[in-house]
Design a binder for this molecule. Sequence first.
Ligand code: FA5
Length: 384
Amino acid sequence: MGHGGDHPPIKNLAFPLADDKTSVIMTDIQALKSELTGQIEAANDLKALDEVRVAALGKKGRVTDLMKSLGAMDPEERKIQGQALNVFKDEIAEILKTRESLLQKKDLDSRLSSEALDVTLSPRPEGKGVIHPISRTMEELTGIFGAMGFSVAEGPDIEDDWHNFTALNFPPGHPAREMQDTFFLQDNPDSQGDRGRMLLRTHTSSVQIRHMETNTPPLRIICMGRTYRSDHDMTHTPMFHQIEGLMVDKNVHMGHLKGCLTDFARAFFEVDDLPMRLRPSFFPFVEPGAEVDIGYVKKGGGIELGRAENPADQKWMEVLGAGMVHPNVLKNCDIDPDEYQGFAFGAGIERLTMLKYGIPDLRTFFESDIRWLAHYGFDSLERP
Ligand code: FA5
């Protein structure tokens, strides 16, 4: 028994004192109580309070020490002292608990005031995000073609040769494959021939095939997404985005194709009388095939989309590739070309976006320059 051994016995105790030894313990209790109470009151946070608790009630704590001293007493004395010590121990535990809940409340109050969040404040303009022009164009394309009854289909970026080329009437070794400089990947050992030759899709036309393989006409879809070619210069990037359109039904012809694309271009570029022309061109998966141009005029050092007052001033720029789906492509997807016809079209989404919003350089789309995005981006709450 180490503490306060020579204190004089104290008076007014709530329990009887049996002899001198008893009074020594009682003295210890009183002294210890005021000491511990002082320490508990002085503990200003939960960590400090826990240290006081361990020093008092822990395995080697001072109250525990006093309890251990009971073992050396005779039974009569132990009974009285044990009772007194238990009362004391409970008292200390109670004082600790009261202090603990006070400190917990203090802790919570200070966190509530320091971490306060005013949910009624309006958003701060400097931290506001914007919609990337490519995303914005895709939303617009979905809206325009959605209104014409087209739904959105998807396909994988990692494609096989069959869907990207062969089924689209680019036979193996055909020179038309050279038109699209391709990133090849490792072959897939689980598939044979061109179905196991893996690549990054060079165009979204592969999704036409996937859709026709798994659906039966009538079909009306668009597909948008990333496409990849081993190209890199002023007007070509290795990754870019395309939109593809496909309609398959009975009695579909070039007139439907031109009408659909004219309506699209007028809605997208917001020019009511925008002229359009189709020029013959070659894509293996369409017959006949066409490059699609829209009209513009030169104005004040720049250009303006629209019809020229004088036909001699009419200029043209290419925006799309299109045509009637080649019978071989329909056959490759188990669709009878004598019963069904279709048209298809495809365009670069960056190119459409640059034209609509006057963005001069393709490469800036992918530079992740926050100033560029702040300038060309769109408010996330504004509807296309
Ligand atoms: C095709 O990819 C055809 N699949 C389009 C098509 C679909 C024709 C359906 C007929 C029927 P082309 O290779 O021309 O066509 O590419 C279409 C557009 O993608 C181009 O006009 C251009 O805007 C864009 N493009 C092509 N390569 C790049 C590139 N490296 N970087 C940015 N845009 C590109």
